[in-house]
Design a binder for this molecule. Sequence first.
Ligand code: ADP
Ligand code: MG
Length: 726
Amino acid sequence: MGNLRHEAIRSIATSKHPLNKLDFRKIHAKDLFGVNVFNEEVQRQRLPKPIFKALQRTIKHGAPLDPLIADAVASAMKDWALEQGATHYTHLFQPLTGITAEKHDSFVAPTDTGGAIAEFSGKELIKGEPDASSFPSGGLRATFEARGYTAWDPTSPSYIAEHPNGSTLVIPTAFLSWTGEALDQKTPLLRSMEALSTQAMRILKLFGNNSAVKVFTTVGPEQEYFLIDKSFYYLRPDLIHCGRTLFGAKPPKGQELEDQYFGTIPERVLACMADAEAELFKLGVPVKTRHNEVAPSQYEIAPIFENSNLATDHQNLVMEVLRKTADEYGLVCLLHEKPFAGINGSGKHNNWSMATDNGENLLEPGNTPHDNAQFLVFCTAVIRAVAKYPELLRLTVASAHNDHRLGANEAPPAIISIFLGDMLADVFDQVEKGGAKSSRSGGHFETGVSTLPKLPKDAGDRNRTSPFAFTGNKFEFRAVGSSQNVAWPNTVLNTIVAESLDFIATELEKGVKSGKEFNAAIQELLPGIVKEGRKVLFNGDGYSEDWHKEAEKRGLPNLKSTTDVLPVAVRKDTLELFAKYKVFTEKELQSRFNILSEAYVKTVDIEAKTALLMAQQHILPAALKHQKAVAESIAAVKAAGVDPGAQLDLLKSVSSLISDLQKGIVALTKALEHHADGTPYDHAKAAKVKIIPLFAALRSAGDALESIVADEFWTLPTYREMLFLK
Ligand code: ADP
Ligand code: MG
């Protein structure tokens, strides 16, 4: 006997999940890589040489796409896809909510003579027109003029998505309105990459680099996530509808023993990870690292970096494959930024750099950064960008979800600052004073054990508390949330750095034109920029109270919640910046402002309704049963002639919590009945002020009840169970 919760525990204890679907003794991971991708190798084999070359020029050097090659590419793609068992093709795009969207079309077309053939033309490859009027456009389109087009992105290779009954050819695309406005995440990202490339190339030219044709931004996003048992998930309306728990008493053991971080990975989880990695390998996603994270049941997966566009498409695939694969192992992958209160949340560390098409990393300092002028210029550009636009960066990580994580104890605060590390901080101190003369060197570790190898020591330590940290040869933007599409933060990062590179290139060009020696022009320009940008440089503990005070003194913005930062999206300087680099039009930013506001309102609304449902249909009934049992016990004890003093105390405390819970239910119900007028942003502000504060009281009564109600009456899986039973 027992309730559904007990049944779930029993099924977890007894079910066996087949863990040996993959056997790497029989097939090597390297042989799986890219087998489902229409990649360069397949293109070379299957395309006529001139077509192959033209396509590669577009992919590698950003040459405009010659529409005449589309038919030949489509035909080769179709033949290849059919051989892999594809029945349909789809234009995959990234609308402004959700991760990706797809609509499948069959390759099969009937013939005049009653048969059927497989067809796929260049036109169908290049352009699609999904009836996509239901995607959020934030006012960019009215439903009566709902045309949206998908446009083939040849720089992200098409691939085969396998299903149990066959497969689909997936074509990555951009999604635009018929007036050319971006309705998606990819289009602005591609625009921002071009903007940055143009400006970076000006600087490389000044350095005499004539071999690079293009500069790419590169991204390596580390994904944190939770895996919990599916049987528990199905019993938690909050996880199903909100992705996070809205109730849940603190477990007796959480993460305080720190025995989870990098700990041994449970076998079922390991099998699931290996399977997900194999699937990702087939799709050409270069996943590299896996480990346990800090919280119980929390894990991380990280790929090798790629150019931002490909990395973004691949990151979306990582999330999708993790979800799908978890399901096959009886697990659920939680990508929410804060699934469990009081336990570490999940982020997506966005490692970012710039590289030429020849593969030169422009943020590689080398061993002597002080005399690496090119590095100093590019790094200074990043510092200037972050110092000038901290609120824009903060905007890109703003969501109702991430509000629970940022500034909590495990994630960087909402104050945007840069960690450079000791070595670079010292170099930039010198730059500011008029020229860097030396770089500290790391030397070697003394292990004190003669049989251990001598390890070279990095010249600076790590810092885990900074939202934007230099980590050796790249910057790591750590405030990004785990469920986010990384396109948006990278679009903004690319654009603000493009603006700084533009500024620096213009000044240097002026200097050189007026007859200054190039190095002298650099020496003259950088100190002022570093001086001005210094306010965002901070090497200390970003979690500490002192830093909050210090940041305030420095005048750094501390925009704590989403509603504080949303208006930055449509501020005059924002509109001007993005218009100048042709990344967003004013209309597109206005639409994003509306969509972000609407998403916030909807999230809060769904959470409020789910919290009410759980309080009324799960927590209250359990509490009433418990109350009744105590009341009956009083009668029984009295009848037996014993003083029911203890039971009376118990009855009082459970009754008082029930009354608190009921008060919370009434207050939240009432708040939900009230409808705010005005713009989506007005609604968001109303949700923040009127709804969100009511969650705490409701939750606190619910969690207190969870801790006293008899186990047999409690139906919601607890934190203790969800986080520790697998
Ligand atoms: P850590 O965060 O411990 O330094 P790594 O150095 O392995 O770990 O890097 C973490 C992530 O940063 C990986 O996804 C890696 O591919 C990515 N990365 C490394 N170099 C670059 C780069 N030049 N540009 C973008 N991402 C990078
Ligand atoms: Mg990292």
